[in-house]
Design a protein around this ligand. Structure first.
Ligand SMILES: [Zn+2]
Length: 403
């Protein structure tokens, strides 16, 4: 059995409060971490480090759990740079451009879609993302949704069926029929390749009755629930998600007090005292950046006791970034989060949004998914925005940047 020691760590962010240090990050100083069989086998003071077959010298830098990006749309074709430019010249974002991508995606070959997914997954990995949820949602036919999820499942175990992204043009006059298709043959073809089901519950997409029906069909075949909610305006999506026990409601840009109360009331378990079962609020600041919209109020959610995650929403229309460090920097600068809160939300928060307790945390038994920064502290992720600070990434204990 081959072992790997990451030694000479100046600051080790564990996200494990039992490790000591300040909440929520559980920081250790002058630490080392041993990897065996893709898992963390030991961590502790560098002076107590056991022998290992191989060694990576962190040279006093910070080591963090890999980012858990719990919201991304990577299976698509085409480019919407012109739409972005038009928005920056003053046109509002309505979500209507999704249909542009649907046309390009349907016309693409499997290999073209696969190449895009792998390119973006690699791009994210090099920026520290070791777990990445991937949604379908640009096929919107039985065959195209199934192949989107099949291709996504080649690179991620966190795949989400988003047949209810928008009503495709050919069903524009009969949305009830499209909901029937999603709940029937499309779900049957998609479910074998998906862990989750998601709905875009928003004016212009799916109303609350359609959204509830679709999510219930998914739950009935064993899929976990996630919701795109309250992005473009106030609406029923957040409370629907809480009602159905969703792992996460995503966007949460326009919230009423009742929405915040519902999310806060869903909080039931303390971190690591059992599998988290509450509904996480996943904030996607790349979307507000790319649509020049007001950011969600993370401070309000945190002060109410809501569990907050950060994710990229990587997609070709409203947020074409795969960079979790960029989202951390935005959350700190624009959304009232401290650097520690933002780093936690981008790692442990994302893990909670996916109901995972083996990633987003570094403790014995957890996956050896981590990043070594070219910086002495996690603070630099927000303090030095736009700078490539990720020196090395370990995924299942395997170095990704300098193998
Ligand atoms: Zn999205």
């Amino acid at each position: 059995m081959s072992s790997l020691l990451v030694d000479n760590i100046g600051e080790l962010v564990t996200n494990d409060p039992s490790a000591g240090g300040q909440r929520p990050l559980g920081v250790r100083r002058d630490a080392a971490l041993l990897v065996e069989e893709g898992r963390v086998a030991w961590l502790g003071p560098a002076r107590d480090a056991p022998a290992a077959d191989r060694r990576i010298d962190a040279e006093g830098a910070a080591v963090l759990p890999g980012f858990v990006d719990s919201h991304a749309h990577l299976v698509f074709a085409g480019d919407r740079a012109a739409e972005f430019a038009a928005r920056m010249a003053g046109q509002p974002y309505t979500g209507g451009g999704i249909r542009t991508t649907v046309g390009a995606t349907r016309a693409a070959s499997d290999d073209e879609l696969r190449a895009t997914v792998r390119r973006l997954r690699g791009e994210a990995m090099r920026q520290g993302t070791t777990t990445m949820e991937i949604k379908s949602g640009y096929g919107l036919t039985v065959a195209d949704e199934a192949r989107s999820l099949r291709i996504a499942a080649e690179v991620s175990e966190e795949t989400t069926f988003l047949g209810a992204h928008v009503v495709p043009a050919e069903y524009a006059d009969r949305p009830d029929d499209y909901v029937g298709l999603v709940c029937g043959p499309m779900l049957a073809a998609a479910a074998p390749h998906a862990r989750w089901i998601d709905v875009f519950c928003e004016r212009g997409a799916f109303d609350v009755d359609h959204a509830r029906a679709i999510l219930a069909c998914g739950q009935a075949v064993g899929l976990g629930v996630r919701v795109h909610a309250n992005q473009l305006g106030p609406g029923p999506g957040v409370q629907l998600g809480v009602e159905l026990g969703a792992a996460s409601v995503d966007h949460c840009t326009h919230l009423t007090d009742a929405d915040v109360d519902a999310l806060a009331g869903s909080t039931t378990t303390e971190w690591l005292s059992g599998p988290p079962t509450n509904t996480v609020a996943t904030l996607l600041p790349g979307a507000e950046f790319s649509t020049r919209s007001p950011y969600p109020d993370a401070r309000r959610l945190l002060d109410a006791g809501v569990t907050v995650a950060l994710a990229t929403d990587c997609n070709p229309g409203s947020s074409y970034t795969s960079s979790m460090p960029f989202c951390v920097a935005l959350a700190v600068r624009e959304m009232g989060m401290t650097p520690a809160e933002a780093v936690w939300a981008a790692t442990a928060g994302g893990a909670r949004a996916l109901r995972r307790d083996d990633v987003g945390v570094l403790r014995p038994g957890a996956r050896a998914d981590l990043m070594i920064l070219d910086a002495p502290s996690h603070l630099h992720l927000a303090y030095r925005p736009g700078v490539p600070l990720i020196r090395e990434v370990l995924h299942n204990g395997v170095p990704q940047c300098r193998p």
